[in-house]
Structure formats: C-alpha cells, structure tokens
Design a protein around this ligand. Structure first.
Ligand code: CNA
Length: 248
C-alpha cells in the first residue's frame, strides 16, 4: 500500500467499473461548512463548558437523563440548515446516473447526498430530517422541531427525538443488511472522509472482497492499511480531478 500522489491510475479504475460503492463519513461534508467530529477543527476539539464529553452528550443515556440539554446540544451543534452539497456529493450523483455507483453508505446525518440528488443512500446512523415521539411513535418533520429551542414534546407527553443513532443505540438492521450486501458485491470500494473509529459502522468495510479499495482522507488514520490505493488529500481535490476526467 503506497500513498498515491498521481490520481490518473485511480480515475481509470473508477471509469472502468460499473459496480462502485462509496462509504463516507463527516469529512464528505466539511467542505460544505459542516464540521466533522474528530479532526482539529471538529466538534470534539471545540471548547465545551458543560463538563460532559461530546460522546456523552450524543448518547442515549444523556437523552433519557437530560432531554432539555440533549436537545439544545444537538440543535446548536449538529444542524446546519444553510449547508449545500459540495463537489464530492455532486460527482457521486453523476457516477450514480452513469450507472457506475450502486450505493452510498454514509455515516452522515445531514441529508446532503439526497439534496444533491443521489438515490440509493444508505444512512447507517439515521438522519436529522425525521423526528418521532418516543412514546406513541407519531412522526414529525424537521421544521416543526428545529425551529424552537430546547426539548419538544408530543400531545401524548412523549419526548420527540431525531431519528439518528446515538452512542449506546443499535443500528437499523435492514439498512445495515443493505449496506453490507452492497459492499460485499462491490468491485470498487471508495472510502472517504471517515476516521473509521465508530463501530459497528467502520467494520462494514471488512465485507469488501475486491482488490480496489480506494481510501481518501486528508490525514493519516489507523486503518490506512486496508487501502489498496491510499490518498491523503481533501476529498474536493480528488473529486474535482475526477470531474475533469468525466468532462473529457
Ligand atoms: P470523524 O470521526 O469526525 O472523521 C472525519 C474524518 O474525515 C477525519 O479523519 C478527517 O481527517 C477527515 N476529513 C475531514 N474533512 C475532510 C476533507 N475535506 N477531505 C478528506 N478528509 C476529510 O467522522 P466519522 O464520519 O468517521 O465518524 C462517524 C460519526 C460522525 C457519525 O456518527 C456521524 O453521524 C458523525 N458526524 C456526521 C456529520 C454530518 O452528518 N455531516 C458531521 C459530524 C459528525
């Protein structure tokens, strides 16, 4: 495994495949202005005077114990209403329309892939579009919930939560199965903008059986060794170059 500086060979691999899966994380959306969790400018490195760790404030336990503080934390730190898709989201749409990209497996909860126009998006950690009452299950739209500060309660008295997977919660098994099946069948797996430290999500890439795993991250990571083609760069640079090749 060698860190690649010239991307032409990698663009050739992408252009010659019709069975690509993209597995992404928060780094896909940093160039849209949404901070990730773990890089230097990420949410976990921000000053925080609550005395709690961000992991705890995004946990099931915190939601149950302090719904008001949990609500304020996710509303202030996870919701970016003005964010727009960037070059990475847009080129992935194009690859799907060309029949090359079969699925996007994302850990992101920001809906930017759908906003860009991608169709087969498997959101393994849920999303911040959908909300539901923890007591009666009634569904709510984002606008009804995020326009107010603090906790929201249903007519039945139940707490209305976002449909995201918090630390300490299990994943949606149907989506997990679809994600694993797509990765297991993929000819090319592109992994982008993820630290690969959140489990079980990070373990899904182990189902890939091919020999064209392209890993793109702006910094080194503990799982770089799984890549057949390793790129240390901004995703935007890589996908801008790919867009130029698609336009030729
Ligand atoms: P993470 O642990 O914060 O890792 C992000 C990785 O992306 C880091 O290794 C960065 O170096 C890298 N990175 C950041 N920007 C770029 C860039 N422009 N180009 C290339 N690499 C970049 O986030 P993970 O996704 O690995 O962790 C999983 C968590 C983060 C999931 O549960 C998400 O829900 C959660 N999250 C999602 C969002 C979002 O929806 N946009 C934002 C923040 C966190």
């Amino acid at each position: 495994m060698v860190v690649r500086k010239n991307y032409d060979e990698i663009y050739d691999i992408i252009l010659s495949s019709n069975n690509i899966v993209f597995f992404g994380g928060a780094g896909v959306s940093t160039e849209s202005g949404i901070p990730d969790f773990r890089s230097a400018t990420g949410l976990y490195n921000r000053k925080n005077d609550t005395g709690y760790s961000p992991e705890y404030m995004l946990s099931h336990e915190f939601l149950i114990e302090s719904p008001e503080e949990f609500s304020n934390y996710y509303k202030e730190n996870l919701i970016y209403d003005d964010a727009k898709p960037n070059i990475t989201h847009n080129v992935l749409v194009r690859l799907e329309k060309m029949g090359k990209l079969k699925a996007i497996v994302t850990q992101n909860i920001d809906s930017l892939h759908q906003m860009a126009g991608s169709k087969n998006v498997l959101e393994i950690h849920g999303n911040l579009r959908d909300y539901y009452c923890m007591n009666c299950g009634k569904k709510y739209d984002a606008e009804e919930i995020t326009s107010t500060k603090g906790a929201n309660y249903c007519d039945c008295g139940g707490y209305i939560r976002p449909d995201v997977t918090l630390y300490g919660e299990g994943l949606n098994q149907d989506i997990v199965n679809q994600a694993i099946s797509a990765i297991a069948k993929a000819d090319v797996l592109i992994i982008g903008g993820t630290s690969l430290v959140v489990y079980p999500a990070a373990s899904f890439i182990n189902f890939y059986r091919g020999n064209k795993c392209i890993l793109i991250n702006k910094e080194q990571g503990g799982n770089d060794g799984i890549a057949d083609y390793l790129i240390h760069d901004e995703l935007g640079n890589f996908f801008r170059g790919l867009e130029k090749r698609l336009n030729k």
